[in-house]
Ligand binder design. Structure first.
Ligand SMILES: NC(=O)c1ccc[n+]([C@@H]2O[C@H](COP(=O)([O-])OP(=O)(O)OC[C@H]3O[C@@H](n4cnc5c(N)ncnc54)[C@H](O)[C@@H]3O)[C@@H](O)[C@H]2O)c1
Length: 296
């Protein structure tokens, strides 16, 4: 495998591109938003600078990694000869189904089509193509260059060959791949999202404040970050979409998103990516402050 294409240059797409390019792959990253492509290039550059500071890579390596990534706006161009495509676009069924229909038409028959979806059925995404045996879930964690886990999800028709290729490739990226069956939210989000939703409900019902809820989970449960900060980090729109997919998929109200989460998404308070969620990020991640909305 030489050429990898990534669809979507948001939180996850730029991290995935970074990891592949660091391992020597030629990477094309596609997005419908030119603004997000510019942000992605700057994010990758900043993340590589952090690695230089920690003496993990040299200035020359940074230059080489960046030179292996192309930032592109039109899917029709440069995609057909990809050996692997990893889709990391917005977590909406209509968006992903549409992208997979297009990819199936544009890519050579051997291309493996992977999706970084957090919750949507791999079998359903695969059914939008004529190559169901080559469609697979490759679910990276955020931030991708740091987090070791990749959930590898087999759809009903994913072949063993495709599965083994993606398991091996994940190891080559220095990740730990874990096999997971196809079910809404897979394993990671099926466990994580109800916890995040409950933390938001605890805030909504005024049981405690933002920092207090996060502190309880950090100090009381040894979580590395509190659930409200984690929700901001993931993106509140992404959390809402995942809960909606699980609510619909399991037909169980225990996955119903709470009102406060829906309101914040409506107000475009999406967390780190819009600068405001449960916290505000005008002075960077480290100097985050509780959003004025939640100050007593
Ligand atoms: N945020 C997380 O912590 C996280 C973790 C694991 C997996 N995921 C999954 O990764 C995927 C991407 O999430 P994200 O957080 O990076 O979202 P994001 O909102 O940060 O970025 C999504 C990007 O996709 C682009 N996009 C939308 N439609 C497109 C299209 N048709 N073609 C090309 N680009 C398109 C948008 O312009 C945007 O730049 C989702 O499926 C999400 O569930 C997210």
């Amino acid at each position: 495998m030489k050429k990898v294409s990534i669809i979507g240059s948001g939180t996850m797409g730029n991290g995935i591109a970074h990891c592949f390019a660091q391992k020597g792959f030629n990477v094309s990253i596609f997005d419908i938003s030119k603004e997000n492509l510019i942000k992605a290039e700057s994010n990758i550059s900043k993340n590589l600078d952090r690695m230089i500071k920690k003496e993990k890579i040299s200035e020359l390596e940074k230059k080489n990694i960046l030179s292996r990534i192309s930032f592109l706006n039109e899917l029709e161009k440069n995609i057909e000869d990809s050996d692997l495509v990893v889709e990391a676009a917005t977590e909406r069924k209509d968006v992903k189904f549409n992208i997979f229909q297009k990819l199936d038409k544009l890519c050579k028959p051997e291309t493996i089509l992977a999706t970084n979806t957090s919750s949507i059925s791999i079998t359903e995404i695969g059914s939008k193509t004529q190559r169901e045996e080559k469609v697979i879930g490759m679910h990276f964690m955020n931030p991708v260059p740091i987090m070791k886990l990749v959930e590898v999800i087999k759809g009903k028709k994913t072949s063993d060959e495709t599965f083994e290729t993606i398991m091996d490739l994940s190891k080559l990226l220095d990740k730990k791949p874990v096999f997971v069956n196809d079910a809404p939210g897979f394993v990671a989000n099926r466990i994580l999202m109800p916890m995040i939703n409950e933390a938001i409900l605890t805030l909504e019902q005024n049981v405690s404040g933002v920092e207090e809820i996060d502190t309880v989970m950090i100090l009381g449960m040894s979580h590395p970050m509190g659930p409200l900060f984690l929700a901001d980090f993931i993106g509140l729109d992404v959390c809402l979409s995942i809960l909606n997919v699980m609510h619909e998929g399991f037909q169980d109200d225990k996955y119903a998103a709470c009102n406060l989460l829906k309101q914040m998404v409506n107000n475009n308070e999406l967390g780190v990516k819009t600068g405001k969620g449960f916290y505000i990020y005008s002075e960077g991640l480290k100097n985050k402050k509780v959003s004025p909305n939640f100050l007593k």
